[in-house]
Design a protein around this ligand. Structure first.
Ligand code: KG4
Ligand code: ZN
Length: 338
């Protein structure tokens, strides 16, 4: 059987990424982070799309070079159609369309959130692969969802955030602590040295499998203001404990809803995906749930949690097998439900 080579392109937010897959194996996965947003404390859409335009050609070249694949050997081009920032999506979409037309090979659109879940089907000797049906919790800077995955492309959202995404909760909390963007990884790092039960922040009461994170940010703000009034050095002296307590509260919220979803569906296979799946705390909690709760848990490799083109490539490969191709006049879709 002939090997299928997919070139995948991801440009939905602030990372420009290209990957080459040989069937379900990743040959290369190049990610260019955009430093420019750091000084603004968050992603500036206009600057993101400009940076994508600068990065896309070198990133694609690098992905092909690292995979040692000539572009003429490619079977198809896969790209992120949405959801994401329109100006960012346009760069990857236009580039993918042009390349597929130039090479006269199929074009395959990919839903970014499905990719965060299907990343578990990348072939890797050290990783387990879930079987259908399974539950997936997608936790990123833009989304927080619990999804029932019935088949590769057949998914149902069981619950989601009613306001902020969990990654936003990390980033906005970090901003209150004076930490640079994106603050999620920094909270994770500082939390390792702190006491998670030092400051009990309230958990929101939300029905069903939905989430809410906007209230947490407010209670952290009030708490810090109050403590700083009594002791101006409160934050400097207690930063690690505050980070550990914020992370603990967020993880409690996530684990409670996951447990509810397992009880409600009777499905004990639980996968996570998205940038926040890189968090060491959630990775530990999920790994522990194997013996503590009898679940089978699936945690992506670290580099496949935050935005990357390898996850777009695996969906591209799965769709290629089904000959599930896109028309050449396909357009980017900022809001694109699973
Ligand atoms: O999936 P992703 O790269 O982009 C979106 O599709 O949104 O997720 C980015 C989010 C950011 O909010 C970032 O702070 C968060 O993932 N993140 C983390 C960690 N690494 C990335 N949050 C907590 N702990 C981490 N280690
Ligand atoms: Zn993402």
């Amino acid at each position: 059987h002939k090997t299928t080579y997919i070139l995948a392109i991801e440009s939905s937010c602030d990372d420009t990424s290209a990957a080459v897959l040989a069937n379900d194996k990743v040959l290369s996965n190049v990610v260019a982070n955009q430093e420019i947003h750091r000084k603004y404390g968050g992603v500036v859409p206009e600057l993101a799309s400009r940076a994508h335009q600068q990065n896309i050609v070198p990133v694609v070249h690098q992905a092909l070079a690292q995979a040692n694949i000539d572009k003429k050997a490619l079977s198809a081009i896969a790209f992120t159609r949405g959801p994401g920032l329109m100006g960012s999506l346009l760069v990857g979409t236009s580039f993918a369309k042009s390349m597929s037309m130039g090479l006269e090979i199929p074009l395959i659109e990919v839903n970014h959130m499905q990719a965060h879940i299907l990343v578990h089907f990348i072939k890797d000797e050290n990783q387990k692969t879930p079987t259908f049906p399974f539950l997936a919790m997608t936790i990123s800077g833009g989304h927080t969802q619990i999804v029932l995955v019935k088949d590769f492309l057949e998914m149902e959202i069981l619950g989601q955030t009613l306001d902020d995404a969990v990654g936003e909760a990390f980033d906005k909390s970090a901003k209150l602590l004076g930490l640079p963007y994106p603050g999620g990884p920094l909270i994770d790092k500082l939390a390792k040295k702190g006491n998670p039960r030092a400051y009990p922040f309230p958990k929101p009461k939300v029905d069903g499998l939905n989430f809410s994170f906007s209230g947490l940010k407010t209670s952290i703000l009030y708490y810090i203001q109050k403590q700083t009034k009594a002791n101006p050095n409160f934050l400097e002296e207690n930063l690690e404990d505050v980070c550990a307590s914020i992370q603990y509260t967020i993880l409690e919220i996530l684990m409670e809803k996951l447990e509810k979803a397992v009880n409600q569906t009777g499905i004990k296979q639980v996968a996570i995906g998205g940038g926040v799946a890189a968090n060491s705390g959630i990775r530990n909690r999920l790994a522990a749930a194997e013996h503590e709760k009898g679940w089978q848990t699936y945690i992506p490799k670290f580099e496949f949690c935050t935005d990357n083109a390898a996850m777009i490539g695996i969906v591209g490969y799965l769709k290629y097998l089904q000959k599930n191709f896109s028309a050449k006049n396909v357009v980017a879709k900022a809001r694109y439900v699973i």
